[in-house]
Design a protein around this ligand. Structure first.
Ligand code: ADP
Length: 290
């Protein structure tokens, strides 16, 4: 209940504030059972927020997977909406890549992060009933737990894809600039392949540690330029690679990872692999020592 959640966050004290996002504020809390949780709190009012909240709850209460951030409970009371999630102690993937969280991900850990998130998304696309397109895959929506297991979060933008109309759901374009599938943007036809595009951008971030758009430049374009340059002079790839990765990285694995990422960000959705093909490919890269 509201009062219990209030207690477990010490009255929503600023000390327990972890961040704020689209829905409102996120607090750290401890349930009476001892379980650590993250509580997303938002005041009711904006219809938009209300609807997104309901959507998120309906989805998450049905979906369980090791690589998806689990919804522990929720509470609608006293004009408040609260979602209680399992606590992800190591923060967002973006924080790790930017060096802000103090967690350094070496190359193998980055492949495992990609593989975990890919498994979570493959589950949403292929095993959830009905299939779910995430619509907002990005490094701030990939969280790491205390063991650095990657889990995909934030289904606020997700929408159930009804079986009959699979692949032909047309809606208003939503998502985050820099991750947005250009074909979806042009045609407004949302498919699982839009998540694959965004996931490809996440993979490029894992290689470069750059944000999808930096100083007005798109990472996808920058990497394409570097690859062309590499074909000519064999020095383009070093320029785009995260400096923190330069030692101890298997360049064969990195090349395979990069090739896979570039397939994911193909302009034409039909050229992109499916999430489960990506999972298989990443497993193979990991088995060959990254
Ligand atoms: P957005 O709407 O921008 O995606 P969220 O509201 O989902 O943001 O989350 C805001 C911040 O709260 C995140 O950037 C993250 O740092 C933190 N956070 C969200 N969920 C969790 C969680 N389950 N465990 C730990 N921290 C979380």
């Amino acid at each position: 209940s509201f009062d219990e959640l209030k207690k477990c966050t010490k009255n929503f004290s600023e000390n327990n504030l972890i961040g704020s996002g689209g829905y409102g504020k996120v607090y750290r809390g401890k349930l009476p059972s001892g379980q650590m949780v993250a509580i997303k709190r938002s005041q009711q009012g904006s219809m938009q927020g209300g609807l997104e909240f309901k959507t998120e709850i309906e989805l998450l209460s049905r979906v369980h997977h090791k690589n998806l951030v689990g919804l522990v409970g929720f509470c609608f009371e006293q004009g408040e909406q609260m979602l209680v999630y399992e606590f992800m102690a190591s923060g967002t993937l973006r924080e790790s890549l930017s060096g802000r969280s103090g967690i350094h991900l070496d190359w193998k850990k980055r492949i495992r992060t990609a593989l975990g998130s890919a498994r979570g998304l493959a589950y949403l696309h292929e095993l959830a009933h009905p299939p779910i397109i995430h619509r907002d895959v990005k490094t701030t929506n990939i969280l790491l737990d205390e063991n650095l297991i990657a889990k995909v979060a934030d289904f606020g933008l997700s929408k159930l894809v009804s079986d009959g109309s699979k692949g032909h759901v047309s809606t208003q374009v939503k998502g985050t600039l820099g991750y947005l599938d250009p074909e979806y943007y042009m045609t407004q036809q949302l498919t699982e392949k839009s998540d694959v595009y965004s996931f490809g951008v996440v993979m490029l971030e894992l290689i470069t540690a750059k944000q999808p758009i930096e100083k007005g430049k798109y990472i996808v374009r920058e990497v394409r330029i570097a690859i062309d340059k590499n074909d000519e002079t064999h020095c383009g790839l070093k320029e785009i690679m995260d400096p923190a990765l330069k030692n101890n990285t298997n360049l064969i694995g990195l090349q395979r990872f990069l090739t896979l990422a570039m397939q994911c960000v193909e302009d034409s959705a039909s050229e992109r692999p499916t999430m489960s093909e990506i999972v298989k490919n990443l497993e193979s890269i990991l088995q060959n020592n990254g």
